[in-house]
Design a protein around this ligand. Structure first.
Ligand SMILES: *[C@@H]1O[C@H](CO)[C@@H](O)[C@H](O)[C@H]1NC(C)=O
Ligand SMILES: *[C@@H]1O[C@H](CO)[C@@H](O)[C@H](O)[C@H]1NC(C)=O
Ligand SMILES: *[C@@H]1O[C@H](CO)[C@@H](O)[C@H](O)[C@H]1NC(C)=O
Ligand SMILES: *[C@@H]1O[C@H](CO)[C@@H](O)[C@H](O)[C@H]1NC(C)=O
Ligand SMILES: *[C@@H]1O[C@H](CO)[C@@H](O)[C@H](O)[C@H]1NC(C)=O
Ligand SMILES: *[C@@H]1O[C@H](CO)[C@@H](O)[C@H](O)[C@H]1NC(C)=O
Ligand SMILES: *[C@@H]1O[C@H](CO)[C@@H](O)[C@H](O)[C@H]1NC(C)=O
Length: 218
């Protein structure tokens, strides 16, 4: 078969890829702090200027939700794309610490230096960060295909395997322009014993003897 004859197929295929890319990149949840007690939870289908709160309210479908600051562990699970605009590490931690998110973008929306604190995210595959006034950077931590297993059979055991992939973001990475870096340690049987400097909360149900993949992002 000549290239000429295969071209319609090729073009169709490329067109499909572009369309697919366009659609999936335009559908995401955006969360930002509105005031001390409320956050805005938006569904967005088009690009919004980074940290432009007013534009988000206009272009996205947003609702205001009461922010329960004192929950010990949130139940947020976001298997789609999530963008969070934040102003301080404590809100960031209260929103996201020890949650399950696959595709996350974090933007710091204020000119301030952040202390080193660890934000733990489970099942994080793709991360984008945007420090204040600096370009966006990205990192792919792992792909869906990397989770091969014995437990791909059911949705719930797949969910569980995400719990064994924990990323720790050093929040001081938002200071300055340094390159986003990551380092993974596999076969960690106990975070508390093997990596005692890292915070860990027991998730209760995980009594099996599976090991963790721990990724440090800094
Ligand atoms: C976009 O969002 C809608 C509603 O939240 C969801 O039903 C749909 O699957 C999403 N589409 C993509 C491509 O993520
Ligand atoms: C934001 O809204 C989406 C869709 O309504 C929901 O699935 C998600 O849990 C909400 N997030 C928070 C933090 O309330
Ligand atoms: C919530 O936290 C604030 C300070 O962060 C504290 O004053 C208040 O007592 C806490 N409320 C509950 C119900 O724990
Ligand atoms: C996340 O939780 C751990 C353990 O409680 C804590 O040490 C850490 O500072 C929290 N991170 C943030 C960004 O709040
Ligand atoms: C991720 O970052 C690289 C290097 O900065 C850049 O070339 C690439 O376009 C970025 N990818 C996405 C999806 O933003
Ligand atoms: C992790 O453990 C598996 C199974 O025991 C082994 O095959 C693999 O080489 C180990 N990986 C590392 C990085 O030690
Ligand atoms: C623990 O590991 C052993 C051997 O690797 C295995 O036979 C056993 O089923 C595991 N237990 C659990 C609860 O996963």
């Amino acid at each position: 078969m000549t290239f000429y004859r295969s071209r319609p197929f090729l073009l169709g295929f490329l067109g499909f890829c572009i369309l697919k890319d366009l659609v999936s990149s335009q559908n995401y949840t955006l969360i930002f702090e509105r005031d001390i007690n409320n956050i805005r939870n938006c569904s967005c289908f088009s690009d919004v200027r980074n940290c432009d709160f007013n534009q988000a309210s206009v272009k996205c479908d947003c609702k205001t939700i009461t922010f329960q600051r004192n929950r010990t562990m949130s139940r947020l699970v976001d298997t789609g794309a999530l963008t969070v605009w934040f102003l301080d590490t404590s809100t960031l931690g209260q929103l996201l610490n020890f949650t399950i998110i696959h595709d996350l973008k974090l933007s710091l929306c204020v000119d301030t230096a952040l202390p080193t604190q660890y934000l733990a995210i489970m099942g994080l595959m793709r991360l984008r960060v945007q420090p204040y006034g600096a370009p966006e950077q990205n990192l792919t931590i792992y792909n869906n295909g990397d989770i091969k297993s014995h437990d791909q059979s059911s949705q719930s055991s797949r969910e569980k395997s995400f719990l064994f992939h924990i990323s720790y973001l050093d929040t001081s990475l938002f200071n300055g322009n340094s390159f986003l870096k990551s380092y993974s340690v596999e076969n960690v049987t106990s975070i508390a014993e093997n990596l005692p400097k890292l915070p860990y909360v027991s998730l209760g149900s995980t009594t099996s003897n599976r090991s963790y993949v721990v990724t440090l992002i800094y």
